[in-house]
Design a protein around this ligand. Structure first.
Ligand SMILES: Nc1nc2c(ncn2[C@@H]2O[C@H](COP(=O)(O)OP(=O)(O)O)[C@@H](O)[C@H]2O)c(=O)[nH]1
Ligand SMILES: [Mg+2]
Length: 325
């Protein structure tokens, strides 16, 4: 371990404000914050073999936050410390939903063993996955051993969550077309568990039918391989929540025992390194003043359609490397 930065020391000693500030720093896209990020991350190396990272994904409104509220409290009752990173790629545009996520988790947000962090992610340099990895690392350094990442199932974020979590739970509900669409788009291939939520009241029978259809479709898709289990849940009546948590814990236990858990983590570290290299190149590029001028210049031409983005990128990088040649 290197010399800890004061911010890192504060967050590891249980200062939640410091953890919040550290994540904000990581989310910053300003080149001026780059050194501070490096110094913060140099304080420790990622070593969180006792943590479990659970991704919860699905369309807006299916009840992800409401489920996490209950699951989170159950995990705390079992002796864990829970961090929730609620990532909504659309939040900057739509507003409001970020606050919505926190208010959907009233008991969890008040609990001293929980940390909830909603993050607007539009325009984050390096993408959602990059930034979320650093946030997960910081939460683990702060002593949280169950990290729940809530993401809206839009675009790349739904498959990229699989590259930063140990297990992916897909939340859906009867009548929602996104589950079957998800099968088409390959999302189901990265999913470990499906929760058909809002299985309560008048919806109960519809949910059962929907779960059967989904199970049949997943069997077809997975061929001879074991498809993900489809569970009926309700955040309103707490139906199926014990079962959901048991499935999560038993799948993790199984993957730890087979070695899949650690080999997946190693692959994720590899990807983290590769993506961080690209990120670092970009950041360093932006810090070189005369190149930053060329960058704006080329960007304008790219937008005009007067130069191919690929060619422009090559020009920019060649210029950056030219003093070395
Ligand atoms: N009836 C019913 N309503 C639910 C359930 N889970 C969530 N809701 C409601 O659905 C709405 C969206 O829930 P939320 O957790 O914010 O969904 P998210 O966007 O997926 O995080 C809220 O009004 C919740 O109260 C459930 O299991 N049953
Ligand atoms: Mg939510």
């Amino acid at each position: 371990m290197n010399n800890s930065s004061p911010l890192f020391t504060a967050l590891t000693s249980g200062d939640r404000g410091a953890l919040g500030r550290a994540i904000t720093l990581m989310e910053s896209i300003h080149p001026k914050d780059y050194e501070a990020k490096i110094s913060l991350l140099s304080s420790s190396i990622p070593n969180a073999s006792s943590s479990v990272r659970i991704a919860v994904t699905g369309a807006p409104g299916v009840g992800k936050s409401s489920l996490i509220e209950h699951i989170g409290i159950m995990l705390i009752e079992a002796g864990h410390r829970v961090a929730v990173l609620a990532i909504d790629p659309s939040s900057e545009r739509t507003g409001g939903s970020i606050l919505g996520d926190k208010t959907r988790m009233p008991a969890l947000s008040r609990h001293s063993n929980a940390f909830i962090r909603p993050s607007p992610t539009s325009g984050v340099l390096g993408g959602v996955a990059q930034m979320t990895r650093e946030s997960i690392f910081l939460c683990e350094a702060a002593g949280y051993d169950r990290i729940i990442v809530e993401t809206v199932g839009i675009g790349q974020s739904e498959t990229s969550v699989a590259t930063l979590s140990d297990l992916v739970v897909f939340v859906t509900m009867s009548g929602s077309g996104d589950a079957l669409q998800g099968i088409k788009r390959g999302i189901m291939e990265v999913i470990d568990l499906v929760a058909v939520n809002k299985s309560d009241g008048e919806n109960e029978q519809l949910s059962k039918n929907f779960a059967s259809e989904l199970t049949a479709a997943l069997h077809l898709l997975h061929g001879s391989a074991e498809p993900p289990s489809v569970l009926l849940t309700s955040a309103a009546t707490k139906l199926g929540l014990d079962g959901l948590l048991e499935q999560i814990e038993s799948q993790i236990k199984l993957s730890v025992s087979t070695g899949d858990f650690s080999s997946k983590r190693k692959k994720q570290l590899e990807l983290w390194f590769e993506q961080a290299t690209t990120h670092s190149l970009t950041q360093n590029l932006r810090r070189v003043a005369d190149v930053s001028e060329l960058h704006s210049d080329l960007l304008r031409q790219v937008k005009d359609g007067s130069i191919h983005p690929f060619v422009a990128a090559n020009l920019l990088v060649s210029k950056l490397l030219s003093p070395l040649n």
